[in-house]
Design a protein around this ligand. Structure first.
Ligand code: SF4
Ligand code: SF4
Length: 191
């Protein structure tokens, strides 16, 4: 009998690349029910361009680049209010931290600048027990390798100095927060 079957053409399946870092953060907030408690609990929400609630939604829609353009996660001061109050027990502070890491690794130069600022800030607080503004800015300028940057911050520095908001000497708290930072690092498996 004649074989009437036509050979089945091989059509390669489209390659789907999973963005693992995005999926990692999406999984942290997948159960979000958009109640808005995180936004209402956040002391820094007034300065954010996206509320935390909006940002979780956008992440779940896969709008990664739009989220990375936002300043919301950079303004998270890790106070844990949202994490403690979320009715779904979602690890929101950890998700904010994951976005900072993602932006530092994959973001544009503006994001890398913000990441450096954040790292130098935290390093300064860890060393001095509180922010020591002059030391912090000097380290930041050096890390940025931009000789014009101090001029950009000059007017603001002078204004703060005139108002007594810049601390030129030591904090008297040096090293006090070291064990706390070490403990958090070990809890996060970073050391
Ligand atoms: S508090 Fe939790 S459930 Fe409510 S919007 Fe925020 S992340 Fe979603
Ligand atoms: S942990 Fe961050 S996002 Fe959450 S309430 Fe505090 S500052 Fe806002």
């Amino acid at each position: 009998m004649k074989n009437t079957h036509k050979p089945i053409a091989f059509v390669p399946a489209p390659l789907v690349f999973q963005d693992e870092t995005l999926v990692e953060v999406q999984n942290m907030v997948r159960a979000c029910m958009q109640c808005g408690t995180c936004t209402a609990s956040c002391p820094n929400a007034f300065a954010m361009d996206l509320t935390p609630r909006q940002m979780w939604r956008m992440l779940l829609f896969g709008l990664k680049q739009e989220v990375l353009q936002s300043r919301t996660f950079w303004l998270c001061s890790a106070c844990y209010s949202c994490t403690l109050r979320c009715p779904r027990d979602l690890p929101l502070t950890a998700a904010m931290a994951a976005l900072k890491r993602m932006a530092a690794a994959e973001g544009d130069s503006a994001n890398r600048k913000k990441a450096l600022f954040y790292q130098e800030f935290m390093h300064n607080v860890e060393q001095n027990g509180r922010i020591q503004e002059m030391g912090f800015m000097c380290h930041y300028f050096l890390a940025m390798h931009d000789p014009l940057l101090p001029m950009e911050y000059g007017p603001l520095g002078l204004k703060l100095l005139a108002k007594g908001k810049l601390h030129l000497g030591g904090s008297g708290q040096r090293g006090r927060l070291g064990p706390l930072f070490a403990k958090v690092r070990s809890m996060e498996g970073a050391s």
